[in-house]
Structure formats: C-alpha cells, structure tokens
Write a protein that binds this ligand. Structure first.
Ligand code: HSE
Length: 400
C-alpha cells in the first residue's frame, strides 16, 4: 500500500479524495498498488466529513512521516504551497499539483529538485484541468517538433464570451451573472485579465521549447474591453471572439501571447464553447491535433491530479523525464509579430482609416461607425498606423 497526503481540502483537494475512493479498484490496478489517503492538510476542521479523522493542521506531520510517498498539492497560490512542495521533494516525496501559478513560476527548479531526490513533480492538472495535455506533450508527442500551440485555456472567460455571443449581452452584465451562479470568482481579475491563461500558455510553451518561458515575458490582454458590438462584427466576418493563449516557433524566434482573437468559423477552436477548454497543437510530422474537454471543475481537475498520483506510484524511486530546462527563452518582442487586425473607427474617420491601413474589407453595420480588416502587418506597424487615428474605437487581433 502506498500512502498519500493531500494538501488543501478545498474544491480540488476534496475531489482528489473522492476520485481516489470512487475509482479505488481501477486506480489500484493501474498503479499496481493500493493507494491510501493517510492525511489531509487544512487549516479548517471538517466535522461530520467522512475523512474528518485524517485532517491535520501541521504540515510537519506529513513531511516527517516516512510512509507518505506521494503528496497532492491542491492549495493553489504561491505560499505556503512553494515551501511545502520544496520540502516534500527534498525528502524524496513526489508532488502532484494543480497549481499553475507555482508551476509557471518555479517549474524548472521544482523539477530539478525532484530529479535530485529520485522522485517526481507532476502537474497534469495545471493546464486544461481534466484534459490530458501535459502527459501527451511529455510522452506521446516525443517524435514531433512542436511548431505551434493555440489554446482556449480559461473556462471562465470562455463561458463569458460564449454568453456574450449567444445573448448579445455586454461583458459586465455576463460577468455579474457568472459570479452569481458561481462560475466566476468574486475577484475575477486573474481570469478576465488573462493572467490565468498566461500561466498556462507559459507552461505549455516551456514544454514545447524544453526551456523556460517566463510568464512575465508573455504579452497578455484580457477580455474586459470586448463588447456586444464587437460580436456583431465578428458574426458578420464569420468568426467568433475567443481568449487565446498562443505560442509559436516562428523560425526567427519564439512568439507567445494571450489576447482575445477573432477566429474563423472553420477553425476547430471555434466550436469550443462555455466552460470547455481546448489545446490545438501543430507538430511538424503529425500536423494538427486538438485536446478538448473540461478545463476546470472539481472532479475533472482532481482526475488529472490522480492520474499523476498513479504515474508516481508506478515510478517510485525513479524520476520521469520532463524536459524543462532552467535556461530562459528570449521571446520575440510581441511588436515584431505579425497578424491581421480588425478595428472599429468613427464614421468620419473611415476614409482616412481605409487609406492608412490599406483596408482589405470594410463593414458598415452599426450607425455612426465602421469596421475594417487590415492586411497582415506587425503589431508595431499597426500601432504606428493607429496613432494616426486617435479616435479608433477598438481593435481585435485575427487568427487565421
Ligand atoms: N479559473 C480557471 C478557469 C480555473 O476559469 O479556467 C481552472 O484553472
């Protein structure tokens, strides 16, 4: 029997305990060993909970117990998750986590620590919730040179954008409703400003390059400025607006960005709606592959954590290879990356805007203004041209 501890008995942590219990037979078979939750660490007590007796408040009880071989870190946030994970790995205990902030910030260091101590630091649940994507990147796509990754990596924003599109509603209205229903956090900044998606694309980009893509280097824009009017244009252009995390080997360097994009109806990511996530991977031999599913939620995320627990159980005393070096990747300046843009201008600026941007398409569907699709240009060129239009209403990037 292998003893497991769970740090943090919140949504994901309680899900981990539930998955381990409900699928005990299947999990034991696959882990070739029985797994038992010996401790649950939390500040709170849980009177009446079936696992009440396993709750401890002092992490040392877990870290000092040589029987505990695998730890699920489902606390989230940087501290104390970082210190607890380091101490666990230093004492040879494997750590399985859903903590994208911590993985994005300290992944290479924690992986190195795991290797030095013949254990594992696994993070399947940190990107795409229940969708298998980290293990496919590490195990299945090993014959590929990954050229690009494009993902819908945040369920909250995808839910909001889907609702805005379907109901013609504005951002603030849908956010309020999502918060009332518990789909969006009371403090939704990490989601709606794109920070959560940024951590996730940083992790995927690091696995794509085998080096360290720092999330701080990734240009990030959220969805707070997207309006119901933008969706009217999107529909006319046979596109939808999605918050994308994008990473690409452009030949002359790596690009990474998080921003709302118009994506065409025929793109596979176009059909990814509501809280669903998807990761679209382009390999140089495979071509395109898409990983789709529930990117958040108690049981899907817990299932991914437990899949890591099984992997750790299969590899006790042995480190699973994960190529994520400490060497930092210098990303291309986002201003040197190229794409098409959609912009909205006031009616009186239309003639000027058409000329400045060499407009490929003009849409006049809302009174008093117009929409323009530009040719492919760099962000720098776009900004220079936009400076000549001080009254520009908005701009949205376009994915092709
Ligand atoms: N807040 C995240 C989301 C949770 O909405 O996708 C999963 O990481």
């Amino acid at each position: 029997m292998i003893q497991v501890a769970v740090l943090g008995y919140g949504t994901v942590g309680s899900g981990v305990v539930e998955v381990l219990e409900k699928n005990k037979a299947e999990i034991s078979l696959r882990a070739e060993n029985e797994l038992n939750v010996k401790y649950i660490l939390d500040l709170r007590d849980f009177p009446g909970d079936p696992y009440e007796a396993k709750v401890v408040h002092d992490v040392n009880v877990i870290l000092d117990d040589p029987e505990v071989k695998i730890i699920c870190e489902t606390m989230g946030g940087m501290e104390p998750a970082y210190s607890f994970s380091k101490r666990a790995l230093e004492s040879g205990k494997s750590v399985c986590t859903s903590n994208k902030e911590l993985v994005a910030a300290h992944g290479p260091e924690l992986l190195e620590l795991a290797k030095a101590n013949n254990c594992n630091y696994l993070f399947e649940a940190s990107v795409g919730g229940g969708i298998p994507i980290i293990r496919p990147m590490n195990y299945s796509l090993t014959a590929e040179k990954i050229e690009a990754i494009t993902g819908i990596l945040n369920g909250t924003t995808n839910y909001i954008l889907t609702k805005m599109e379907r109901e013609g509603a504005d951002f603030a209205e849908v956010l309020k409703e999502a918060q009332e229903k518990g789909y969006a956090e009371r403090n939704p900044e990490a989601d709606v400003e794109g920070h959560d998606a940024c951590r996730k694309i940083a992790i995927l980009s690091s696995l794509m390059t085998g080096k360290y893509v720092k999330y701080q280097d990734i240009y990030t824009e959220g969805i707070t400025k997207i309006t119901a009017e933008d969706f009217k244009y999107a529909k006319e252009l046979k596109t939808s607006i999605k918050l994308l995390g994008r990473s690409k080997d452009a030949g002359d360097g790596y690009e990474a960005m998080v921003a709302p994009f118009m994506i065409p109806d025929e793109h596979p990511l176009h059909a990814v709606n509501d809280v669903f996530n998807a990761v679209f991977v382009r390999g140089n031999m495979l071509g395109d592959a898409m990983f789709y599913g529930r990117g958040a939620g108690k049981l899907p995320t817990a299932s991914a954590v437990v899949s890591d627990v099984v992997d750790c159980a299969r590899h006790l005393g042995k480190t699973i290879i994960c190529l994520w070096d400490k060497e930092e990747v210098e990303l291309k300046d986002y201003k040197d990356t190229s794409k098409q843009f959609f912009l909205r201008v006031k009616k009186e600026d239309l003639e000027n805007a058409k000329e400045v941007f060499n407009a490929e398409k003009v849409l006049e569907i809302i009174e008093g203004e117009a929409g323009i699709v530009t040719p492919v240009m760099t962000e720098r060129e776009f900004e220079e041209k936009a400076a000549k239009l001080p009254q520009m209403i908005t701009r949205i990037r376009m994915e092709n």
